[in-house]
Write a protein that binds this ligand. Structure first.
Ligand code: TYD
Ligand code: MG
Length: 454
């Protein structure tokens, strides 16, 4: 019998080396190598060659995806319209964010039409039962299993003929064929591999819960993200009850969509109109605040941008930024300094996007610039004003996409002055007579519109 051997595996990309290395030559990450004991691989039988034939694309029939609703429209939208049969979805997020709660809640709805098997490697059946009582879940087709051995899990899946399988979490699963510890790169990969091939063979849908590492990535090899059909990130602040689900990868839908939830004493509640929630807490008559709008997939979300500009105690002003790209903020500050002569360099700038929304679209530029101008001049922008547009290095305001959706959402939320790029002013945008649409070509023109009439 061949002896076991020790190898070193990169926890980021799965690169294997005989020696320990400080830096991975494949993905260039530092201090990512973990020692693992590997059993010798069983000898493989030669597969017969020649049975698999290439086919013409035009002659292939279109597969029909069977989608099931999870009972939560916010999650269905992120999944691309519901849970697809034979698909494997990886749900990751920080501990305590609500992954187990969400999956238990959707199991109850899915359990109405399908057999669901919830496998937990972390909690006892009693703990899950207490949570299910709290969430008011009582489904006859929901099976619970507390197991960490993947082969036993798969044989239980076969026995119960479950159509939806939830694995909480993939890092707790292990196979006896490998001697490395549960949660190690090889174990995670092997267990995920077994579940993926079972899902493709049996037609069931699988949810894998994945822990995140200290850098915020999915713990285990990056390869896991390549193997599954969809990767969802569950985000939120511990101090805030709002949670956002974002698709990082989706083979059956768009990756721009987000789902918004609120964690309460009865579990997660959907927030179908996030703009209203974000804007409800907006302070009145405060300088440094401006409303903006970003598209998250097909949905426009209105959020409040706050900029606090204070005299700096040091030679170089401090800048912090939450919810927006730091470098983009520095660029906008530089444009305002150069083109408008505003002296940001002697001030500290703190920028924050309310509600935990991340503005990762250039259309947020204009509202951010306006919040900064309002912050440094201490002039209040009226609550009725909203702005969207991209800003170029010369201070010009450039056109943005999906203008009709954004304007419609702004009108719905009661904004009466909408500042948009002049290029976007078209006759097709219909607004009530009480709403003023202002087209601007550069940031100087914005000044006229952003302040209340004297
Ligand atoms: P959990 O789903 O266990 O998180 P994860 O699986 O991502 O680690 O969520 C646990 C947190 O959610 C915990 O801090 C308590 C809170 N919670 C509520 O606020 N309300 C509820 O109804 C439930 C079930 C949990
Ligand atoms: Mg959990």
């Amino acid at each position: 019998m061949k002896a076991q051997k020790t190898v070193h595996v990169c926890s980021e990309c799965g690169y294997t080396s005989i020696k320990w290395l400080g830096r991975c030559p494949e993905c260039e990450s530092w201090d990512s190598f973990e020692e693992e004991l590997r059993s010798p691989e069983p000898e493989r039988k030669a597969t017969p060659v020649g049975n698999n034939r290439a086919e013409k694309l035009g002659e292939l029939t279109l597969p029909q995806y069977i989608r099931a609703t999870t009972g939560m429209q916010e999650l269905d939208r992120v999944l691309g319209g519901g849970l697809v049969s034979s698909s494997v979805v990886l749900l990751s997020g920080e501990p305590g964010i609500g992954k187990s709660t969400l999956l238990l809640q959707i199991s109850s709805e899915l359990g109405k039409t399908r057999k669901v098997l919830y496998v937990s490697g972390e909690e006892s059946k009693g703990q899950i039962k207490i949570r299910a009582e709290r969430l008011n879940i009582n489904s006859d087709s929901l099976y619970l299993l507390t197991e960490v051995d993947i082969d036993s899990v798969i044989s239980e899946c076969e026995r119960t003929k479950a159509e939806v399988i939830i694995i909480d979490s993939i890092q707790t699963m292990s196979t006896q064929h490998l001697s490395s510890a549960p949660g190690s790169v090889t174990q995670v990969r092997e267990c995920a591999m077994s579940l993926i091939s079972y899902a493709k063979k049996s037609g069931c849908s699988v949810f894998l819960v994945g822990h995140v590492n200290k850098e915020g990535g999915i713990s285990g090899p990056k390869i896991l993200e390549h193997m599954v059909d969809a990767v969802l990130y569950f985000e939120g602040e511990r101090t805030n009850s709002y949670r956002i689900i974002r698709a990082i990868k989706n083979r059956f839908g768009s990756t721009n969509e987000i789902g918004v939830f609120e964690m309460g004493d009865k579990g997660l509640r959907e927030i179908p109109n996030p703009s209203e929630v974000v804007m409800a807490e907006r302070p009145k008559n405060t300088s440094g605040s401006c409303a903006g709008c970003v598209m998250q997939g097909t949905r426009p979300i209105i959020s409040e941008i706050q900029a606090l500009v204070t005299k700096s105690a040091y030679a170089t002003g401090k800048r912090t930024c939450d919810g927006f790209d730091y470098n983009r903020m520095c660029l906008l500050i530089a444009v305002l300094e150069k083109r408008m002569g505003l002296r940001f360099y002697e001030n500290d700038v703190y920028l924050n996007v309310a509600g935990g929304i991340h503005l990762d679209e250039p259309s947020a530029d204009l509202s951010i610039a306006m919040a900064l101008i309002s912050g440094i001049t201490d002039k209040v922008i009226p609550d009725s004003v909203i702005a969207f547009g991209e800003i170029g290095l010369a201070g010009e305001v450039r056109a943005v996409s999906h203008i009709e959706y954004r304007v419609k959402e702004a009108v719905r939320l009661g904004f009466t002055k909408i500042i948009i790029p002049k290029k976007n002013l078209q006759s097709s945008i219909k607004v009530p007579t009480s709403v003023e649409l202002c087209g601007v070509t550069n940031i100087y023109e914005v000044l006229v519109h952003m302040l209340p009439k004297q």
